[in-house]
Design a protein around this ligand. Sequence first.
Ligand code: HAM
Length: 428
Amino acid sequence: MRDGTHVSIQRIKGTQDILPEASRAWQELESVMHRLTGEYGFQEIRTPVFEATALFVRGVGETSDIVEKEMYTFEDEGKRSLTLRPEGTASVCRAYVENKLYGLPQPQKLYYIGPMFRSENPQAGRFRQFHQLGVEVLGVDNPLVDAEVIQLAVQIFHALNIKGMELQINSVGCPVCRADHREVLLAFLERKRQGLCGLCQGRLERNPMRVLDCKNARCQELTEGAPTTFTSLCPECRDHFDRVQALLQTADVAYTLNPRLVRGLDYYRKTAFEIVVAEAAGTQNALCGGGRYDALVEEVGGPPTPGMGFALGMERLLKVLSDQKIELGEGRVPPLAALAALGQSAQRSAFRILSQLRRKGVPVTMDVMGRSLKSQLRTANRDGVRYTVIIGEDEMERGVAVVRHMLEGEQWEVGLEECVEWLERKYR
Ligand code: HAM
């Protein structure tokens, strides 16, 4: 503005302003998540939004898309390399180690809700700042944990009444069986090398399993019939996977086996799963992803500790809710009353009443712009309040307020001194 030109600063591509109209749905969604995770015995953990870059390089893995090309990395004044967290699991493991949570009773059942950052190509359902609800269970490798975590993810979808969801599961094995699988898979893929997309040709050397979940139609066609991890699982991984499936069946959790599900992060071992919603727009139909990561805590410097968790994309969830016309909860609870004061001394009286009511926990609002009675009544109507308390000069002189029921139109005169008690009674 200094040189007279108009400067317009806009939000960064791939980020969103969540405006009041939309934030109500966010709050509702978050409260469903707090409630359900609480019912399953999880406790909230909040970690910083930036961490040492090495945490994600080690944790998420050097060959993952996230580390290769999607991290917001910068140097601080001390020349330390820092990164805005692209996901929550590595941070939770770091916090588990740093705060010695392994010394507390196990398992540690933790959840988080918060923003994550990935420098991706923004498109429908894919943002650069997005929000996840994540849960992590640390310290126990029993398949019961896998089943319980998956059940919680599914229950969130049920609690929200989302239709058309599909739970897909797979076992990606452990380093022992993965080495065998890699060999047969590589032999298969080498024969198709020429036809694969550029990205997949690169993946052949670094992480051939990821070729299986390339979205490119030609790659999918060429890899039809590729050897899956199922055939290479070692006895321990096979047994674990069989038990997870048996437990899901016991709990009546419907699932499909997807041998191509490999997940985009390197830390997974054994169980991997995703929840997709069939009609979700475009290719961003994965609403939830997770799995077991039994070596991650050790990778970030802790004692050998198994882990299992998932994260749900909140923007994608809210999009599906809106596509399926699902309204969350009862929405905002409006204030009980609006105080409409006319003139300075009436305003002071109203402010006293407002303060006393708020101290007692009764939700009330008050005009702060000195607007006409008509426009104050219009605002009160829009806000959905039950009563408007009108205090004009005439009322001030007589020591009363006029209380109007906004829906029924009925009105009463209430002494100014009695107003607080009168409204409090109506609220309780
Ligand atoms: P992820 O599959 O990378 O897993 O992300 C989980 C979910 O976050 C996705 O299913 C999707 O709904 C949402 N999501 C991911 N990227 C974006 C984006 N750019 N825009 C919008 N939504 C997005 C993880 O992050 C693992 N930490 C999950 C986990 C926890 N595994 C074990 N514990």
